[in-house]
Write a protein of this length. Structure first.
Ligand code: WTA
Length: 655
């Protein structure tokens, strides 16, 4: 670590507030026996094998773990089906008439699907996929808003063993095309549009642009979300079909679930890495479902009578694991909301909590910081007494936001679980267990039972408590990703080479305090975390240099009160190009169009040159020092230190 990214955390380790589990909460909690940690530590495989009873297996496994570092297989020889576990088995019980998905559209429309309803829809959607020629192993790309057809089609894919790849609806046509091409999807499922802050996101138009460059896609299914009268779209004869027409062509209501190998690919989800090309994180069947089911049950203390609301978008891993697969695997009621938190007003979430009687609420620190800025009067307008547990995920949460969340949303009575995990980890790995763990605001506390996190130095040695280092995981866990789609070398090089093939390198920095609690400090690599969304600096830089006015660009993350990090881009225009405000606006727009609106840079700074080492590496850390007003770090390796003076002055002038 060249700089001290750990520096900022020092103050936090002095946090002294502690919140032990309330007695009545602990007494009723799904897990309240502290011996669970020791049991899992002594015999992790035995622990997971016992936990695997949570699922219904068609065929029992022969071996719990086959570990040929870095490659892993879990529940070898076992067979099961994810949609069977999430739907079929529940309709054989009293849960048949229980709400599985409680969906609310942004305009205020609603759909509630019981497990029986979901069973019918998933079966018919699976038959529809088969009618369209999708077979076990074929990839299905999904580009939908947060509507019920999204979980329905994901479960339908899992039913026939066709791995899905969901692309967040906020991504651009380019980003969609890259992802479709990387996994060579045969079918694309999209919609005419989706609602966001009262406007319409033109998903079909975006998809049409993407489809100009995606030879693998044979058929496109279009859900009519917005309606022809409001937002007509083009349908291409022979390729495109409306969801309702394709469903009407289905005969029968039952599609037998494929009995799939425990290691059969369940989904591919793209995430940002340190290079420009997004990484296709591959998750498989048995281990993934077990990991998300068990963590849902223990971390969120989810019970049959609860209403659970996770505010993520299913386009991200949080939605996959903790709106859909985890909750449904254990037969829970999961609330799904289509739109923005401030539409029609800034109390939309609290309105949902009150009207639906939500008991467990899971959101991101960036959202909590927005709630704080909007003010406590919005939650105060509503009766939030149904809430009994709160969770956060996506970025480090500052203790003040944590305490505000506990007080103003949780009424001072709800435990707050700060859950650390990643697209790659599939499931929550570092987290409190709310019936057992004494909480410290700002800390994700400790490894889930069976998980062995550690903090190591550059040589891979564990560091003493209080010292920062690389956050690593030292033993495989069932829900971990198995590879990067089509790029096993990158899997090994990015995650399992720095400290050898048995140690998973998360890319985050962390520290343990005197109590052994983990404090996550954020990414140590060139990955930004903007409002909880992962973006690679290289991705952003290539988007910038793809504009004809740009010669070179360097992108950094700058601390931001609400977003966690904001995107600042230092841009060298091509010879003869005037660096105007107009051009800055155009470049911001260009990045938003190339990747998606979440990637729009907050600030563009023009500079005649970028600070570089003699080997031509851009020194981003010096740019960060300038942007965050720090004393400049070591500049001796620069070719021309005067470059920095110029950038500094320009920076100061534009602030
Ligand atoms: C960050 C989201 C601190 C971290 C589930 C990680 C967190 C990245 C936390 C993964 C947390 C996630 N505290 N940081 N509780 N949870 N992160 O893949 O930097 O979108 O590496 O998965 O988010 O983001 P991803």
């Amino acid at each position: 670590m060249s700089t001290d990214p750990m520096g900022t955390i020092t103050g936090l380790l002095t946090e002294t507030r502690r919140y032990p589990p309330p007695e009545d909460f602990a007494a009723q909690a799904n897990i309240n026996d502290p011996a669970v940690y020791e049991r899992a530590r002594k015999d992790p495989e035995g622990f997971w094998a016992e936990a695997a009873e949570l699922l219904d297996w068609d065929q029992r496994w022969e071996k719990v773990l086959d570990w040929n570092p870095p490659w892993v297989k879990w529940f070898v020889g076992g067979k099961l089906n994810v949609s069977y576990n999430c739907v079929d088995r529940h309709i054989k019980t009293w849960r048949r008439n229980k709400a599985a998905l409680v969906w609310e559209g942004e305009p205020g429309d609603e759909r509630i699907l019981t497990y029986q309803d979901l069973y019918r829809e998933v079966n018919r959607a699976a038959l529809m996929l088969k009618n369209l020629g999708v077979q076990t192993g074929d990839r299905v790309a999904i580009y939908l808003p947060m509507i019920p057809e999204l979980p329905i089609i994901m479960l339908a894919c899992s039913r026939i063993g066709a791995p899905h790849s969901v692309v967040f609806g906020g991504f651009s046509p380019n980003a969609l095309a890259d992802r479709i091409n990387d996994c060579e999807a045969k079918v694309l499922i999209t919609a005419d549009g989706g609602y966001r802050r009262g406007g319409i996101v033109p998903l079909k138009e975006n998809a049409d642009k993407a489809l100009e460059q995606t030879p693998s896609v044979e058929r496109v299914v279009v859900v009519e979300r917005v309606g022809r009268d409001k937002h007509p779209v083009q349908m291409r004869e022979g390729r495109d079909i409306w969801w309702h027409d394709a469903m009407a062509q289905v005969s029968g209501n039952y599609c037998p679930p494929e009995s799939l190998d425990s290691e059969h690919p369940l989904f591919i989800l793209y995430t940002s890495g340190t290079t420009g090309k997004p990484k296709g994180v591959l998750h498989t069947t048995g281990g993934y479902l077990l990991g998300v089911a068990l963590t849902t049950k223990w971390v969120f203390d989810l019970k049959d009578e609860d209403v659970y609301f996770c505010t993520a978008d299913i386009g991200w891993v949080t939605g996959h694991s903790y709106i859909l697969y985890g909750p449904l695997a254990i037969g829970a009621t999961s609330v799904m909301y289509e739109g923005a938190p401030d539409w029609p007003d800034k109390d939309r979430f609290w309105d949902i909590v009150e009207r639906r009687g939500v008991n467990i609420f899971y959101t991101a620190p960036t959202a909590i910081r927005s709630f704080m800025r909007w003010g406590p009067e919005y939650p105060a307008k509503h009766d939030l007494s149904s809430l009994r547990l709160l969770g956060t995920v996506g970025e480090p949460i500052n203790p003040e936001a944590w305490v505000w969340y506990r007080e103003h949303i949780g009424g001072g009575r709800c435990p707050v679980v700060d859950t650390w995990w990643q697209t790659e980890t599939g499931m929550i790995l570092i987290t409190p267990l709310p019936g057992l763990t004494t909480l410290t605001p700002g800390s994700a506390t400790r490894g889930f039972p069976g998980i062995e996190p550690d903090i190591v130095d550059e040589q891979g040695n564990s560091v003493p408590r209080g010292q920062g280092g690389y956050l690593v995981i030292k033993r495989p866990w069932p829900a971990m990703f198995r590879t990067l789609w089509g790029d096993p070398d990158r899997y090994v090089n990015s995650y399992f080479s720095k400290f050898g093939p048995t140690v998973y390198v998360s890319g985050d920095g962390a520290k343990q305090d005197e109590d052994g609690d983990f404090w996550i400090m954020g990414r140590l690599d060139d990955v930004l975390n903007v409002s909880g969304h992962r973006l690679g600096t290289m991705e952003l830089e290539s988007a910038l240099v793809s504009h004809p006015a740009v010669a070179e660009a360097a992108v950094i993350g700058v601390s931001h009160e609400i977003k966690g990090q904001a995107i600042a881009a230092f841009v060298t225009p091509r010879a003869g190009v005037e660096p105007t405000d107009e051009l800055a606006r155009e470049l911001r727009q260009h990045v938003a169009e190339t990747i998606g609106p979440i990637a729009r840079p907050d600030r563009i700074y023009f500079t005649a040159e970028l600070p570089k080492t003699r080997s031509a590496k851009i020194m981003r850390r010096l740019l960060r020092d300038i942007a965050e007003g720090r004393v400049l770090g070591d500049t001796t390796t620069l070719t021309d230190p005067s470059v920095l003076e110029e950038i500094k002055q320009r920076y100061a002038a534009s602030e």
